[in-house]
Design a protein around this ligand. Structure first.
Ligand code: Z5A
Ligand code: MG
Length: 221
């Protein structure tokens, strides 16, 4: 039996990832939505504390490793579902891991990052190290939009990284770390309704997913 497909919805803060990831999951069958960070696991609970409580002290390297460890917590489940033929829709994954930590490397603003040495935060090999061996997405759809539009969206500003200046840095870092491959598509969602974005993403999935080699095992990072 051919394996299922691993489809990643990545993007900037408030770009509509969760809205679109649940819609796409409902259109695909059989399917499962997996969101990172998964705040329900033992490590996910620590991450939730880190994101929602700005006085929760954790150095940047440890925070980076926790986000990766959270992905490893779901590794067996992802493999098992793919082997059963499921479409898995991921809401954030390794590129969020890379971009947010890389953005801290030379960011001076308050409240985002810890003190201490930041040398490793600018080293992409170091950043990618803990994710090596995780399943590699078959298709990545990256949602981007203008920063002014992001900050107007509901809920922006509640958590640790949600400030406009830092998000500008994150945007640059995402564009730096996203592989320039045909199975990584950048979608500008600015000024589009939820329904228009859904249609665009669905069309991309339909056109790209027929080229995914589901008789081959899933590639690893
Ligand atoms: N993080 C990290 O540092 N390292 C890692 O490895 C990982 C994550 C995996 C929490 O993530 C933080 O973790 C995140 C990165 C970091 N920090 N930041 N910033 P999260 O995924 O839990 O974050 P969130 O709180 O769910 O926000 P979000 O994911 O960025 O939002 P979203 O999912 O992209 O958007 P949404 O919830 O679908 O929509 C937001 C609002 O906009 C909502 O009111 C929608 O109705 C509205 N919306 C959506 N689409 C549209 C359109 N097209 N038009 C108008 N309004 C819209
Ligand atoms: Mg979300």
């Amino acid at each position: 039996m051919p394996r299922g497909q691993l489809i990643l919805i990545e993007g900037l803060d408030r770009s509509g990832k969760s809205t679109q990831a649940s819609y796409l999951t409902s259109k695909l069958s059989p399917s499962k939505l997996i969101k990172f960070p998964d705040r329900t696991t033992p490590i996910g609970k620590l991450i939730n504390e880190y994101l929602t409580n700005k006085s929760f002290a954790l150095n940047d390297q440890s925070a980076h490793l926790l986000f990766s460890a959270n992905r490893w917590e779901l590794n067996e489940e992802i493999h098992s579902l793919l082997n059963q033929g499921y479409f898995i829709v991921l809401d954030r994954y390794i590129y969020s891991g890379l971009a947010y930590t890389l953005a801290k490397h030379d960011f001076q603003g308050e409240g985002v990052s810890s003190g201490g040495s930041k040398k490793q935060l600018g080293d992409i090999d170091w950043l990618l190290g803990p994710d090596k061996g995780l399943p590699k997405p078959d298709l990545t759809l990256f949602l981007t939009l203008d920063l002014q539009e992001i900050s107007k969206r509901k809920g922006f500003g509640d958590e640790r990284y949600e400030m406009e200046q830092f998000q500008a840095r994150v945007k640059q870092c995402f564009l730096k770390v996203l592989p320039k491959e045909d199975n990584v598509q950048i979608v500008d969602v600015g000024g589009k309704t939820i329904e228009q974005v859904s249609e665009e993403l669905w069309n991309l999935i339909v056109s790209k997913s027929k080229h995914i080699q589901t008789n081959n095992p899933i590639e690893l990072i």
